[in-house]
Design a protein around this ligand. Structure first.
Ligand code: ATP
Ligand code: MG
Length: 490
């Protein structure tokens, strides 16, 4: 089989031609670090005023598997660069109109990441140095050496892809860390953040308690990310989601034949978290048998897969969350006392949102910014009425509910401002949870309106469509009391 190149005026026109004159396809992928990229996804634009040079270079790269196009002059090239994404521009230096150096500067303005390689028949050190200073990746002189051409094109693309990959990773990391920012400036939340920072570097088991949506999982992620284990996985398991058998299977894994469905060995969550952290959500729902096994694993730092006999060493940092009072579960015999003491070595209690209304504005702005960015919207903020309503609301679903309310408001709002009517607050959920009698509902409704208006009696009476005297009577009758004012807007 022949293996030779055809050159025209020093330009390669075909490669690897076999005895039947058929072109043998070159490899269709390029490897960059541990990433592979299909060549057809990489675009090369050839710019030269000589037809034969354009043709032969286009053919050369096309046969190699790249997406290729050509332009006879700088202006045509710029149009193509604006219309489509090109990874690499191979340009002649001397062309009528715009020369290669000017094209280089303009390409870099359109796409700073584009690799530009200058082709010149007049290799003077001066032009080459100028081109490199202006941001060219490299230059090549005519007559072109095909091996050298391949070498610099592949290197240029490799460097570009590594830079892009680097940028993607940086973005991913900053997204990850931004996603785990714990917002809170009230004294209780400052204390929580302090506790997270204190406990993170230690190996201590942490119990995070709080109502639903108060940020238990966020705190667990915060601890893991601030710990030395942050480069290893954080595995999450919800203890209340499965029955007793499946829970054990999920936590400890199994050997083949451990049950009729266990055809292959499967690692459990504890083993998967080896080297990292395991977040056991809703730990209060864990069945007593799994509790005993978990305690054993914690103490021995070993697990035994279901159906197995050999203990396996594991190094896992345990983070647990519970909505319910575990002490009560211990009293009721649903939770092992020894495990309870093991888990409560370090406890972080998250306050409900209604107990820290001072953080509502900050959180609302944080979520507004986050969703506005993801929806590509420019938002100014909340109207005073909207903010008043947010700060007065009970937030039975805590921070998660606030997050959902803001996201929904952003979808509904057309303008740059979130108005009161864009907020859907389930004020009736308060009355439903307090009782079903008409009187209970009236009491809860009046309480919400009073809170929303900051106990402005005239405004509340107008909204409720009753006179002020009637409102005073109802306040007295229902024993409604003005609560401490929320902290001022920051
Ligand atoms: N202090 C906070 N700052 C920023 N975001 C928060 C905060 N607290 C909670 N969130 C956000 O609210 C949502 C709910 O939080 P998370 O899932 O951590 O709550 P949870 O206590 O685990 O809830 P559940 O008990 O229902 O499992 C998440 O999207 C989280 O990022
Ligand atoms: Mg949770």
């Amino acid at each position: 089989m022949g293996h030779f190149r055809l050159l025209f005026c020093g330009i390669p026109v075909a490669r690897f031609v076999n005895s039947q004159s058929r072109v043998i396809p070159a490899s269709c992928t390029l490897s960059f670090g541990n990433r592979c990229m299909k060549k057809e996804e990489l675009g090369i634009l050839v710019v030269d005023d000589e037809f034969i040079v354009r043709e032969s270079l286009t053919k050369w790269f096309r046969e190699d598997g790249f997406r290729v196009d050509a332009a006879p002059d700088g202006l045509t090239a710029l149009k193509k660069l604006q219309a489509e994404q090109w990874n690499l521009v191979l340009t002649d230096i001397r062309m009528p109109g715009m020369d290669g150096l000017e094209l280089l500067q303009r390409v870099k303005r359109i796409n700073p990441q584009c690799v530009v390689i200058i082709v010149t028949a007049f290799a003077t050190v001066e032009t080459a140095v100028r081109a490199l200073k202006e941001g060219a990746y490299d230059y090549i002189t005519k007559p072109i050496d095909p091996d050298y051409l391949n070498h610099i094109v592949n290197n240029g693309l490799e460097q570009q892809q590594l830079q892009l990959e680097n940028q993607r990773l940086r973005n991913a990391v900053s997204e990850l860390t931004a996603g785990s920012a714990i917002i809170g400036e009230c004294a209780e939340m400052r204390r929580v953040i302090e506790l997270v920072e204190t406990v993170a570097p230690a190996e201590t088991t942490v119990l995070i308690t709080g109502e639903n949506g108060t940020g238990k999982e966020l705190v667990a992620r915060g601890i893991h990310q601030a710990s030395a284990r942050r480069f290893s996985p954080l595995i999450t398991f919800n203890c209340g989601s499965l029955g007793e058998l499946l829970t054990a299977d999920e936590l400890f894994g199994h050997e083949p034949g451990a049950n009729p469905d266990a055809h292959e060995m499967q690692k459990g969550k504890i083993e998967l978290a080896d080297g990292g952290s395991l977040f056991l959500d809703d730990i209060g729902s864990l069945d007593l048998k799994s509790q005993a096994e978990l305690l054993r694993s914690l103490e021995m730092k070993q697990i035994i897969r279901l159906g197995g006999v050999d203990p396996i060493n594991v190094s896992v940092r345990m983070l647990c969350a519970s909505q319910e009072d575990l002490e009560k579960a211990v009293h009721e015999g649903r939770f092992r006392e020894d495990l309870y003491y093991r888990l409560t070595v370090f406890e972080i209690k998250l306050p409900p949102l209604r107990a820290r209304r001072g953080d509502v504005a900050k959180l609302a702005h944080f979520f507004l910014g986050k969703y506005a960015r993801s929806m590509n919207r420019k938002m100014q903020g909340f109207s005073p009425e909207a903010m008043l309503a947010l700060k007065a609301y009970e937030w039975p679903g805590n921070v998660r509910e606030l997050q959902n309310v803001v996201e929904r408001a952003l979808v509904v709002a057309r303008g740059p401002m979130i108005e009161r009517e864009h907020l859907i607050l389930h004020t009736d959920s308060v009355s439903l949870s307090t009782g079903k009698r008409l009187e209970d509902m009236e009491r809860a409704h009046i309480a919400v309106i009073l809170r929303e208006t900051g106990w402005n009696i005239s405004r509340s009476a107008t909204i409720l469509d009753i006179d002020r005297v009637t409102l005073y009577h109802k306040i007295e009758r229902y024993g409604l009391k003005r609560q401490a004012q929320p902290a001022p807007l920051r």
